[in-house]
Ligand binder design. Structure first.
Ligand SMILES: *Cc1c(COP(=O)(O)O)cnc(C)c1O
Length: 464
C-alpha cells in the first residue's frame, strides 16, 4: 500500500481486527489469547517505529507467528561446545551422564526423601545422601555440599575464622574468572587476610612469623589457572600440616578442581587428588562441576568436628543445594565406585581421554560434508590443535586434538568480518554451534563432539 500523499503514515489494523482473522484463531488455540495479543502488540509497535509501511493483516499475522515462535524458544538451550575448552564455565561446565539425568528427573517430578530418614520415619539430613560416598572416595570423616566452591570457601572462612586472621601465601592469592578473588572472598567472610612470603617464594618461617593469637586458620589455595616458574619456593602440604597441628590451627586447602582419581593413569597430566591432600589437610574444598564431572556445587570434606561447625552455621542454610543437585551428584559419585569403567561412563573423563587418532577420524568423516555445505571458495581443512581442560584445571597443560578450520575465500577483504558472520550463523542454528576464531580461521575442535549426526543436521540447516 503506498503511503498517503499527505505524508502521514498509513493506519495499522486494530488489534481486534487482527484477532478476528482465522489464522489468529489458530494461534490462540495453540499459544493462548494473552500471548497472541502480546505478540500482536509487539509486532505493531515494531512496525510503527520501523521504516516499513506494512498494513496488510495477513503479512502482519505472519510476523506475529514468527514472534510467537521466537518467544516459545527457551532461553537456556543446549549448544555444541566445540571451543576446545572441555569444561567451559560459560557453556555450563561438565556434561552429565545419563545416570545423573535419570536420577534428577526421578527426584524432581515427585516427592523424595530429601530430609527424611526412611528407617526411623524421622527428619533426616540432606547431606547424608552423598556424605558416605564422598568419605569413601576421599578418606574424609565428614562432608557437606553447598552451592559451589566459592560458597564452600566462603562458608569455611565465615564459620571458622570470622573476625580472625587467615594466613595465605602471596603466591596463592588467585583470581578465578573475575568474580572469585581470594582477598575479596576473605573480606566478605569477615576475615583478615594475612599475606605471607612473596609472589615467588614462601618459606615455613614466613608462616611462623605471621601466627599469633588472632590467627583463625591457615589456608593453601590451588593455583588453578596460572603457574609460577623459575626461582620459586612454596611450603608443601605435609610440612604445613605438621606446623598447623603443632599450633592447633585448622589447615584448609582450597583445591578448586575436585579431582578424585589419578589422572596420569589415563594419560593426563597429574592434578592433586582430594584423598592425598586430605591425608595432610583438615579440610578440603572443591567444585562438583570441574574435573569431578558432576553438577554445580561445592564440597567441603575433612575433619568431623570442623564439618559439624560448618553444618551448624546459619549460613549453611543460605548456601544449601536443591534435591536435583544431590540426585545428580550421587549418581556421578556412584560411577567412581567402578573406576575401571569411569573413562567410558563419565562424559568429562571420556572427552578428556579421547585419542587424537579417533578425533582425526571424525574430522575426516565430517570434512566432505562441511565442504559440500559451505560451498566452493570457502576453505575447510583439518588441522591439529590443542584442547584445554578449562575451569582452572591444569592451565598450562593442553591435549592434542583436531579441528575443522574454516577460512574465507582467497583474496577476501574484511576477513575478520567474514569470520564473525560465519560464527554468528553457526550460533543462530536451532542448536547453536560454538567454535573459536583463532589465527584467521573459525575452528571447531572436535574433541568434545559426541553427537556427530546432530551436528550434521544443524549443518544442513545453515543459511548461507
Ligand atoms: C574454580 C575455583 C574456585 C571457584 O569454584 P566455583 O565452583 O566456580 O565456585 C575457587 N577456588 C579455586 C582454587 C578454584 O579453582
Amino acid at each position: 500500500m503506498p503511503a498517503p500523499a499527505n505524508g502521514e503514515r498509513p493506519r495499522l489494523p486494530a488489534v481486534e481486527r487482527l484477532l478476528a482473522e482465522p489464522v489468529a484463531a489458530e494461534m490462540i488455540a495453540r499459544s493462548g489469547r494473552t500471548a497472541v495479543v502480546h505478540a500482536i502488540r509487539s509486532v505493531l509497535a515494531g512496525i510503527r517505529t520501523g521504516e516499513g509501511q506494512i498494513t496488510d493483516p495477513r503479512t502482519i499475522l505472519r510476523l506475529v507467528e514468527a514472534h510467537l515462535a521466537d518467544e516459545a524458544r527457551p532461553s537456556l538451550r543446549p549448544v555444541f561446545n566445540l571451543t576446545g575448552t572441555v569444561l567451559h564455565t560459560n557453556l555450563g561446565r561438565a556434561p552429565l551422564p545419563p545416570e545423573a539425568a535419570k536420577a534428577v528427573a526421578a527426584a524432581m517430578t515427585g516427592s523424595c526423601n530429601l530430609e527424611f530418614d526412611l528407617g526411623s520415619g524421622e527428619r533426616g539430613e540432606r547431606d547424608h545422601h552423598v556424605e558416605d560416598l564422598i568419605c569413601r572416595l576421599t578418606g574424609a570423616e565428614a562432608a557437606i555440599v553447598v552451592n559451589n566452591n566459592a560458597a564452600a570457601v566462603f562458608l569455611t572462612l565465615f564459620a571458622l575464622a570470622r573476625r580472625k586472621e587467615v594466613v595465605v601465601s602471596r603466591g596463592e592469592l588467585v583470581e578465578i574468572g573475575g568474580s572469585f578473588r581470594v582477598p575479596d572472598v576473605m573480606a566478605s567472610a569477615g576475615c583478615r587476610l594475612r599475606e605471607v612470603g612473596t609472589t615467588n617464594r614462601t618459606h615455613l618461617r614466613d608462616y611462623a612469623d605471621a601466627i599469633g593469637p588472632r590467627t583463625g586458620l591457615v589456608m593453601k589455595v590451588h593455583r588453578s589457572n596460572y603457574e609460577i616458574r623459575g626461582f620459586t619456593k612454596e611450603v608443601a602440604e605435609p610440612a604445613l600440616a605438621a606446623f598447623c597441628s603443632e599450633r592447633r590451627l585448622p589447615f584448609v586447602v582450597d583445591l578448586g578442581s575436585g579431582n578424585l582419581i589419578d589422572l596420569s593413569v589415563h594419560g593426563l597430566p597429574a592434578e592433586p587428588i582430594v584423598r592425598d591432600v586430605l591425608a595432610q589437610a583438615d579440610l578440603v574444598t572443591f567444585s562438583g562441576d570441574k574435573l569431578l564431572g558432576a553438577v554445580q556445587c561445592g564440597i567441603v570434606a575433612g575433619r568431623r568436628d570442623l564439618v559439624a561447625r560448618l553444618r551448624k552455621n546459619p549460613l549453611k542454610r543460605a548456601l544449601r543445594v536443591d534435591k536435583m543437585t544431590y540426585a545428580a551428584l550421587e549418581a556421578v559419585l556412584r560411577l567412581y565406585l567402578h573406576p575401571e569403567r569411569l573413562a567410558e561412563r563419565l562424559p568429562t573423563l571420556r572427552l578428556l581421554t579421547r585419542a587424537p587418532a579417533s578425533i582425526r577420524d571424525q574430522a575426516e568423516r565430517l570434512l566432505p560434508q562441511f565442504r559440500a555445505r559451505l560451498g566452493t571458495g570457502i576453505c575447510v581443512t583439518i588441522e591439529p590443535c590443542m584442547s584445554q581442560i578449562g575451569s582452572g584445571a591444569l592451565p598450562v597443560d593442553t591435549m592434542p586434538s583436531f579441528c575443522l578450520a574454516m577460512r574465507p575465500p582467497d583474496g577476501m577483504r574484511k576477513e575478520g568480518a567474514w569470520l564473525k558472520d560465519l560464527a554468528a550463523a553457526l550460533r543462530s542454528l536451532p542448536m547453536p554451534v560454538i567454535g573459536r576464531i583463532h589465527e584467521g580461521a573459525l575452528r571447531l575442535d572436535l574433541r568434545t563432539l559426541e553427537d556427530e549426526a546432530g551436528l550434521l543436521e544443524q549443518l544442513s540447516l545453515l543459511q548461507r
